[in-house]
Design a binder for this molecule. Structure first.
Ligand code: ATP
Ligand code: MG
Length: 560
């Protein structure tokens, strides 16, 4: 990673301070806790670059912990995709792949402890009553009529809940904390509920499941997490987390108390970070899947040609603050371009072809010219590209009546064909309706390789493909998924789908140099003077025309 952009953000400062106060750096222990109910997006990348990054920087450890407390929505395929995405960014959790469900037995016993100590009770209120009794922030809530149920009775109910004796919703177990607390999360929150659903890992073993708030903080404690980073919305849950830890026997087992630190979530312009809404786009087939290259998911970005280095650099650059803000998409694209410029293989492709016939070239003669793969990286080597009597150039690189500042091809003008020859336009062939259908040109045989034969200069270099050997390809041109920058705050009464960009995908055909027939998915390419592309993993697989995803345009608009 680019080391130069590392900033001393508040979490780095906190850890540095802890180390100064005696915490051995290698004891820094963090975790990334995704819920396996969807694929990871760039916001999650910000979170896990921080979790893994802070551990890595200090020689500590970071666990991957799946927070799988809601059996309704979780699936094994998401577990697999999350693993793949975290690995893709170069992080590894060794043998520390954990699941909240690993701790169901332990969590159950901690809940029993709370009940036995009179610190939790079985409540029979319906969900509507629960809400009504809890009340609103300004004034105290109303205690449940079951709040003082004797511990022995609550314990008996809890055990029978586990045994499957009751229907869903018949009881919940609630922590007995403070119905007058200004913090609603402290007003006797639910810690266990009945859910008669199979779990992707524990199968039918359980019909009661711990609530996220109960499981999350205790899982941190069980794993010996020192720094538990999460997004700002969990700040108000922190007192509850502390309460669970302080009021169960887990506190006696701790070497270091887990501390939670909250940072602002990433909001990225023209896209959306809500898993629920992304899921909706997938379900309604607005996009082709979680890995549609327009999606803000890591799998989508990978398919589109974004690189791990670019994403890590982006996450480091956006840093970590306590203030919610909207990050410009152009910053992410800037990071992608910065990396691609270093590593992308240069290729030639023509999107809007105009035929050129070389008058002074023998019919049937073909020559192989040497082309540099990457001017930024000599080790990328060279390749041979064929040149023969007919080539294609971009229609936009020719003007019959050019204005003064147009330096590309026009009648009588001379340009350089990239890696090939100096070429002059002799004649314009037109159809009956006046459209230009072909140019007759001559090349200077002494300028092979595109080098000036006598020191004379040309003002433009244009790209081209050889007509005989050109490969017909398809390109997927992506634009922003949404037309509105701030999708995290929508105008009253509008739906996120009102802002879908109808032009987010354009498919088009183009002609590519022969090497594109063998382009490997995921290998970054720059089609010279056009954009960065990569071969698609899915669409190219079935044979036929190779398909290329446009990763990002060449021109950088960041900070402009
Ligand atoms: P859900 O609504 O399903 O809980 P989620 O986006 O919070 O969605 P999780 O799987 O719970 O998904 O998130 C895992 C971790 O990633 C959490 O620590 C969460 O705080 C963090 N995270 C989620 N979204 C963002 C974001 N936009 N920016 C930074 N971190 C995020
Ligand atoms: Mg979450």
């Amino acid at each position: 990673m680019d080391q130069s952009n590392k900033s001393m953000h508040f979490i780095r400062q906190i850890i540095a301070e802890d180390i100064k106060n005696g915490l051995p750096p290698s004891s820094v222990h963090t975790r990334f806790p995704p819920e396996p109910n969807g694929c990871l997006h760039i916001g999650h990348a910000k979170a896990f670059c921080l979790d893994f990054g802070m551990a890595e920087e200090n020689g500590g450890l970071c666990n991957l912990r799946f927070d799988d407390t809601n059996p309704d929505k979780e699936e094994t395929r998401f577990v697999d995709s999350i693993r793949e995405d975290v690995h893709w960014l170069g992080f590894d959790w060794g043998d520390r792949e954990f699941y909240a469900s690993d701790y169901f037995e332990k969590l159950y016993s901690l809940a029993e402890e709370l009940i036995a100590a009179g610190k939790a009770y079985a409540c029979t209120l319906s969900p509507e009553e629960f809400k009504e009794y809890r009340g609103v922030p300004g004034k105290p809530g109303k205690p449940s009529p079951w709040r003082d149920r004797p511990p022995s009775e609550s314990l008996d109910i809890f055990r029978r809940m586990r045994a499957g004796e009751f229907d869903e919703g018949a009881y919940v177990i609630r922590a007995k904390i403070d119905m007058a607390s200004p913090n609603l999360h402290m007003r006797d929150p639910a810690i266990y509920r009945i859910k008669k659903a199979g779990h992707h890992r524990t199968g039918d073993k359980w019909c009661i499941y711990p609530m996220y708030d109960f499981a999350h903080c205790l899982s941190d404690a069980i794993e010996g997490i020192t720094h538990s980073m999460c997004t700002l919305e969990f700040e108000v849950h922190r007192p509850l987390y502390d309460w669970f830890i302080e009021n169960t026997s887990i506190i006696n087992t701790l070497k270091v108390r887990p501390r939670q630190y909250e940072f602002a979530r990433l909001n990225l312009a023209y896209t959306m970070m809500s898993k629920r809404k992304l899921q909706q786009l997938v379900a309604e087939k607005t996009v082709s899947g979680w890995d549609d290259p327009r999606m803000p998911t890591l799998s989508g970005m990978r398919r589109r040609g974004y690189t791990p280095a670019a994403i890590k650099n982006f996450c480091e650059t956006v840093g970590c603050t306590k203030f919610n803000s909207l990050t410009e998409l152009s910053l992410l694209e800037h990071c992608v371009r910065q990396d691609l410029n270093k590593i992308a293989l240069r290729r030639m492709a023509v999107f809007d072809p105009l035929e050129v016939e070389i008058e002074n070239w023998d019919e049937g003669k073909s020559e192989l010219l040497e082309a540099v793969n990457n001017p930024e990286d000599e080790s990328a080597g060279t390749r041979k590209i064929p040149f023969s009597k007919r080539i294609y150039i971009e229609r936009a690189d020719f003007m019959e009546n050019p204005p003064k500042k147009f330096f590309r091809l026009s009648p009588g003008a001379e340009v350089r064909l990239r890696y090939a020859y100096f070429m002059k336009c002799k004649e314009v062939v037109k159809a009956d309706d006046g459209t230009v259908v072909k140019l007759i040109c001559t090349i200077d045989p002494d300028s092979r390789g595109g080098n000036s034969p006598d020191g004379r200069k040309v003002k433009a270099t244009i790209h081209w493909v050889d007509a005989e050997s050109a490969v017909k390809c398809r390109a997927m041109l992506y634009e922003n998924l949404f037309t509105r920058a701030d999708m995290s705050a929508l105008p009253e009464g509008s739906d996120f789908k009102d802002f879908l960009n109808p032009n987010s995908l354009t498919e088009t055909e183009f002609l590519g140099e022969p090497s594109l027939a063998e382009a490997k998915p995921g290998v970054p390419l720059q089609f010279e003077r056009i954009a960065y592309f990569t071969a698609d993993t899915k669409l190219s697989a079935g044979g036929g025309r190779p398909v290329f995803n446009r990763t990002v345009a060449l021109k950088d608009s960041y900070g402009k």
